[in-house]
Design a protein around this ligand. Structure first.
Ligand code: NDP
Length: 470
């Protein structure tokens, strides 16, 4: 590493001022910002630059969501006078186009790091001691080390579970499966239900809760279950998978999936989307005594520092809010606090999030249930058929909801299921992070005709909850 020779000053006793393990969103941001402040920085990545989000997560997923939306748009266009037929979908062409885009983004990530003067190592890093790493064939020392190794899908353990694929595999299937059993009802299961059904597969969604997306607002969850059903996804709530068997050894053999109620579903593909876990195996954390919790997540305190001084952890490996923008914020804040102007402030309670289901969901702040547990809240709910579907005839409803603190009239949460929900809630999340009240929403003049204007025209309270008024 040409630019990083050991110097003579006391801080030059190490090869690097900062070494980052993991070239995903959080690690790359942290490395770039630190290098921008003049620190001598290295990053090791053994698999792919950009991490889960760019390669086998958010980015390719969103491209697949768009592909599915084009199918529905072709059908819908007929309602507007277009004489179009859907035709066949070419899965291989979609995957090849997606792969070209991902390769382009990988290159950008790499060049960004090189441009910032960061030393790049295409290798696995493991701890030797708190300041020494084995990086591929080399021993490297660093004054501070950041663990940004992310997470990976958790593979189920019931009999025949090895016959199921996980999200890592789904982006490179040779062909679109005809029948899919999807297991789970978190972000990934719900998003892929929309993608696979939208591209023409028959989808069975098996999940153990009464409604999908545990943790989200109950009205959104109910609206999502309706939307999935309207799109032809068969829901199997309050059930689990007990076993998978294949009807022979051929790679395309039919899978027989047994559920807890005895139902047997037949499928060409079983997709387990039952959560992710921190990527800590084989890092050598035991060698340095970094504290982890029961799930293997690295425990961090103030300023992302682990139980070992000088060692930090950011992003999914800490298993708090496993979202790319959170990892970016943590990586940026850490680099600023170590080498720049000090930590950047942001509020974990008001991080907006989106589920790219069909239609999408987006949410910021408290759910009705969370607000009611804290005190009296006013709830405003609006459900309507979006203008577009007056002509398409498609059975689609949009749901919008505001959760307002009854005493202060501050808007505590905004929730939406419907077209463009992520784009709309991103804007509203600024207002909510600023502490906007319902009166602020009311005095905002809408943009007509849009769906989003409904958020500033919800005049009549739907109900009051919490504080004994529920
Ligand atoms: P989630 O944690 O969101 O959901 C896991 C799902 O699997 C839940 O429905 C859960 O059920 C179920 N589950 C877990 N264990 C079992 C089990 N033993 N038997 C049956 N069901 C089980 O995980 P995902 O894999 O969907 O996604 C991982 C994370 O990645 C997300 O939490 C999110 O942080 C991030 N992500 C974000 C996206 C975005 O921002 N759009 C997109 C994709 C992922 P239950 O609810 O009952 O626990």
């Amino acid at each position: 590493f040409r630019h990083h020779r050991r110097g003579t000053g006391p801080d030059r006793a190490f090869d690097f001022d900062l070494f980052v393990i993991g070239g995903g969103a959080g690690g790359v941001r942290c490395a770039r910002v630190a290098a921008g402040h003049g620190a001598r920085v290295g990053v090791a990545e053994e698999r792919f630059w950009g991490g889960t989000c760019v390669n086998i997560g958010c980015v390719p997923k969103k491209l697949l969501v768009m592909a599915a939306e084009y199918g529905a748009a072709l059908d819908d266009a007929r309602g507007f006078g277009w004489a179009v037929q859907r035709g066949a979908h070419d899965w291989a062409a979609l995957i090849a186009a997606k792969d070209r885009e991902i390769a382009r983004l990988n290159g950008i990530y790499r060049r960004m790091l090189e441009g910032a003067g960061v030393a790049i190592f295409d290798a696995r890093a493991t701890f030797r001691d708190a300041h020494t790493l084995q990086v591929g064939e080399r021993r490297i020392t660093a004054e501070r080390i950041v663990i940004a190794t992310g997470g990976q899908p958790t593979r189920p353990t019931y009999p025949g579970a090895e016959l199921a694929v996980v999200s890592d595999d789904i982006f490179h299937l040779p062909a679109l499966p005809h029948r899919v059993v999807l297991h789970g009802s978190g972000y990934i299961a719900v998003e892929f239900a929309g993608i696979l059904a939208g591209l023409g597969a028959e989808v069975d969604l098996v999940y153990r809760q009464p409604l999908p997306l545990r943790g989200f607002d109950a009205d959104l969850r109910a609206a999502l279950a309706e939307a999935l059903t309207a799109d032809g996804v068969r829901l199997h709530p309050e059930r689990n998978i007990t076993a998978i068997a294949a009807s022979g050894d051929a790679p395309g053999a039919v899978r027989r999936v047994t559920l807890t109620d005895g139902t047997v579903l037949e499928a060409d593909l079983v997709f387990a989307a039952t959560g992710r876990h921190p990527n800590v195996a084989g890092l050598g954390l035991e060698a340095v005594g970094v504290q982890t919790n029961a799930k293997g997540a690295i425990v961090t305190g103030e300023g992302a520092e682990t139980s070992v001084p000088g060692l930090y952890a950011i992003g999914d490996v800490t298993d708090r809010l496993n979202l790319t923008p959170v990892a970016l914020a943590e990586g940026h804040s850490l680099a600023e606090s170590l080498f720049g102007a000090g930590p950047r402030a942001w509020d974990l309670d008001r991080v907006a999030t989106a589920v790219f289901s069909s239609p999408p969901i987006a949410t910021v702040g408290l759910t009705e249930e969370q607000a009611a547990a804290r005190g009296p809240a006013d709830i405003y709910v609006s459900r309507f058929r979006p203008m577009r579907h007056a002509l398409t005839g498609r059975e689609r409803r949009t749901l919008m909801k505001l959760v307002v603190d009854q005493k202060t009239q501050r808007v505590l949460g905004a929730h939406m299921l419907g077209e463009d929900a992520p784009e709309i809630i991103q804007g509203l999340s600024v207002a909510i992070n600023c502490g906007a009240t319902k009166a602020d929403f009311d005095r905002t003049v809408g943009i007509h005709p849009t769906s989003a204007e409904e958020f500033v025209t919800m005049r009549t309270r739907t109900r009051s909850v919490g504080g004994g008024q529920g």
